[in-house]
Write a protein that binds this ligand. Structure first.
Ligand code: DGJ
Length: 719
């Protein structure tokens, strides 16, 4: 049971999740200070904990940078502030004055605490929010700032929350870096003393880093050990600062915006930061990932119970060269393969023949779709599939009617070059007229064409992020852009309850808890080379579940890397998430079409385990040997294991894979061979699945619990 309690004697608030505790109180200066985050504690014990910055400080130390719930710029503080403001008279320091607290139950199984503060002199209200749920150890935090005065306040930094770790001898950080087509590269490295900044200054979540981290004391493994982790629900620029202090502590703060961005807060205005969710577990990195997956399913996704369909996407098959005839032909092939959702990618609209023109002109290209999209959509529906369409609403090519009509709609500064990336400029979604324009054509497009699915793309980072027509526009736009983007998506979803959306930004440039709360799946990378994809998916899956991880099977040689791997391997890699097909089916041989149809059918037999099950990474992509992932249904009655191997070396031992999380008394039948395995052997001693010889070999294993059946001595089912 989760709960939030307050002990008036000690002044301690205690947040209890299923397996963890989090505690804080107000210190003698009025600041909210941190007491505990880790294993469960009784309220009586928390009162005895000492805040990290208690005790005498020398005239050079000031307060420890670690140990406050929201370190402000003010007083003797010299660490990275979570809150920095400039009042109208130029004063910068904030001084805490605690006013009140409220504990409420906004929904069954959810408890929320609001700690209310003001500044001792200036008219700024600050409320720290904490939320816990009955079914997760994730704690959600956010902060609300309100200007209660008559003059503007400049908010120079407004993080969602700061988190403090308990004292340990050492600290290590896990996070991902990347670039376009190489997202999600997992790093696990010591936390350096000083400050480590993970950030995106690109206006999007970015391919280069993702707003989450995991911290441990250097001793956690995949299966065990303490891990503290956090993820930010924000789809614009962001900033996480990890501090390892001279007094041996580690803490981190994070929120929207990057260095140099500010937010004007006018009289009476309020700013709510994005949510920053965090989790403690003693079950290792795998346990942390599983808790995040369960949290995303239970508390983030709009339709977590749905099973995502197998989709076909036209991008790698036909590129910009889409027309009614060729798409109908491909759709017919896709339907035979077992595809359930047919998605037409870029190239269907305006003057879009390549990436130099047409973005912004969202009417079907007349010479390619003479009667509009209707006949193609009807045909796709007649074939029994849903219809999906690619859009990139935030962008414009200078060579477009939209730009010729509204050159002022893009991010720009008056006397600066408008830097083009992929020949396009960013529409200023912070402007309400731009957001309204996008919403209007999108909702009409969806309604007029019975569109079931949108792939929402965004193909460049911000530059010259100015908004000259608006006072303080260059400061306002970073936040307003994202809020208006969210607003357009939310309105579309409300208008079309059956509409499903994929988040894409040139691959994985905009995947985060914020966008996932209003979309249904994500495109993790434009890199569809199955070999590279194993690593990308490994990074993606640290926080985000298989249920949102779209994965296409495309043609070889791969158009990006030139590498060829067998079709079986490509399918097995894509089966680790939401399977899709992106190859040019018009050129597949009969043999490939048959194999493809078999693999799609096989995926449909197990996708409930992959998309809704629990994931254990049995062996990561650490070397040329096997990488394996296990999925189990919540009731553990079915288990599905995928194994991929790059390049076996002759004479190297073949590692046994020890399955995880099964009842040792259970027995499981291999759905393919009929062989029965004891779970005690599977988990305690492991199995070494047979892999076809050669490089890029792969296999899968579907095990079904057979406790109720009679099993003879040979291990075969007797019935
Ligand atoms: C980038 C996406 O990630 C690709 O899948 C494709 O949709 C292209 N954009 C189209 O321009």
């Amino acid at each position: 049971m989760s709960a939030i309690s307050f002990d008036p004697t000690s002044g301690v608030w205690l947040l209890s999740t299923v397996r963890t505790s989090y505690a804080m109180r107000i210190d003698h200066t009025g600041a909210p200070c941190h007491l505990a985050w880790g294993p469960r504690l009784p309220l009586a014990a928390v009162g005895r904990l000492v805040p990290p910055h208690a005790g005498d400080v020398s005239s050079f130390e000031g307060r420890s940078p670690a140990g406050e719930e929201l370190p402000v710029d003010g007083g003797a503080r010299y660490g990275a502030p979570s809150l920095r403001v400039r009042f109208a008279d130029g004063t910068r320091a904030f001084e805490w004055a605690h006013l009140d607290h409220r504990i409420s139950e906004p929904a069954p199984g959810t408890t929320e605490l609001a700690l209310e503060f003001g500044d001792r002199h200036y008219p700024l209200a600050v409320t720290l929010h904490y939320r816990v749920h009955d079914d997760t150890d994730v704690i959600e935090r956010w902060t609300v700032l309100r200007n209660t005065g008559r003059e503007p306040i400049a908010v120079l930094r407004a993080d969602s929350a700061a988190w403090t770790l308990p004292p340990r001898d050492d600290y290590r950080i896990s996070h991902v870096t990347g670039q376009w087509s190489a997202e999600g590269l997992l790093h696990r490295e010591p936390v350096p003393h000083g400050e480590t900044v993970l950030t995106s200054r690109r206006g999007i979540t970015s391919h280069h880093a993702n707003p989450w981290l995991m911290l441990d004391a250097g001793d956690a493994t995949e299966d065990r050990g303490e891990v503290w982790s956090a993820a930010l629900a924000w789809s614009g620029g962001w900033h996480l600062t990890v501090q390892r202090t001279s007094d041996g502590r580690t803490a981190f703060t994070g929120g929207a915006g990057h260095d140099g961005t500010a937010l004007p807060l006018g009289p009476g205005e309020e700013y709510t930061t994005p949510r920053f969710a965090a989790l403690y577990t003693d079950r290792g990195f795998g346990g942390a990932s599983r808790s995040w997956h369960a949290y995303v399913l239970a508390h983030v996704l709009p339709h977590p119970d749905e099973t995502r369909p197998v989709l076909f996407n036209s991008w790698e098959a036909t590129g910009f060269d889409v027309d009614e005839t060729s798409q109908k032909e491909l759709a017919a092939q896709a339907a035979k393969l077992g595809v359930e959702l047919y998605v037409v990618d870029d190239g269907w609209f305006g003057g879009r023949r390549d990436d130099t023109a047409g973005l912004g002109d969202w009417a079907p290209a007349a010479e390619r779709f003479p009667q509009g999209l209707g006949p193609l959509v009807e045909e796709v529906h007649r074939l029994g599939m849903r219809f999906g369409l690619w859009v990139e609403p935030e962008m414009v090519n200078p060579d477009s009617d939209l730009y010729r009509a509204h050159p002022e709609w893009v991010l720009h500064f008056p006397h600066r070059t408008r830097t083009e990336l992929r020949n396009q400029l960013v529409l200023n979604f912070a402007r309400d007229d731009v957001a309204e324009w996008a919403y209007t054509w999108l909702t009409r497009l969806v309604a007029d064409n019975a569109i079931d699915f949108l792939k929402w793309d965004m193909n460049r980072a911000f530059s010259e992020a100015g908004w000259p027509a608006q006072e303080d526009g260059q400061d306002l736009l970073w936040t307003r852009y994202v809020l208006n983007l969210y607003g357009v998506i939310d309105r579309l979803r409300a208008d079309h309850p059956g509409l499903r959306i994929e988040t894409c930004s040139g691959g994985g440039g905009r995947v985060d808890l914020g966008i996932l709360s209003r979309t249904d799946q994500a495109w993790p990378s434009d890199n569809t080379d199955a070999a590279d994809r194993v690593t990308i998916q490994h990074g993606f899956g640290q926080i985000y579940p298989a249920r949102v991880m779209a994965a296409w099977v495309t043609d070889v040689p791969n158009q990006l890397t030139g590498r060829s791997v067998p079709m079986r391997y490509r399918f097995h890699v894509a089966m680790a998430g939401v399977l899709a097909v992106g190859g040019d089916l018009a050129h597949w041989t009969q043999e490939e079409l048959t194999q493809g149809a078999e693999m799609v059918a096989r995926y449909k037999e197990v996708r409930h385990i992959v998309q809704h099950g629990t994931q254990h990474r049995l062996r990561g992509p650490v070397d040329d040997g096997p990488t394996a992932v296990q999925y189990s249904t919540q009731d553990r009655r079915e288990v599905f294991v995928l194994v991929w191997q790059r390049a076996p070396r002759h004479g190297m031992p073949r590692p046994a894979l020890r399955l995880a999380g099964l009842d040792p008394a259970a027995r499981y039948r291999d759905a393919a061979t009929g062989a029965v395995h004891h779970a005690s052997v599977l988990t305690g001693y492991g199995i070494t699945p047979e892999l076809p010889a050669g490089d890029w070999s792969s296999t899968s294993l579907h095990l079904i619990r057979v406790d109720d059946e009679a099993v003879d001595d040979s291990g075969r089912s007797a019935s």
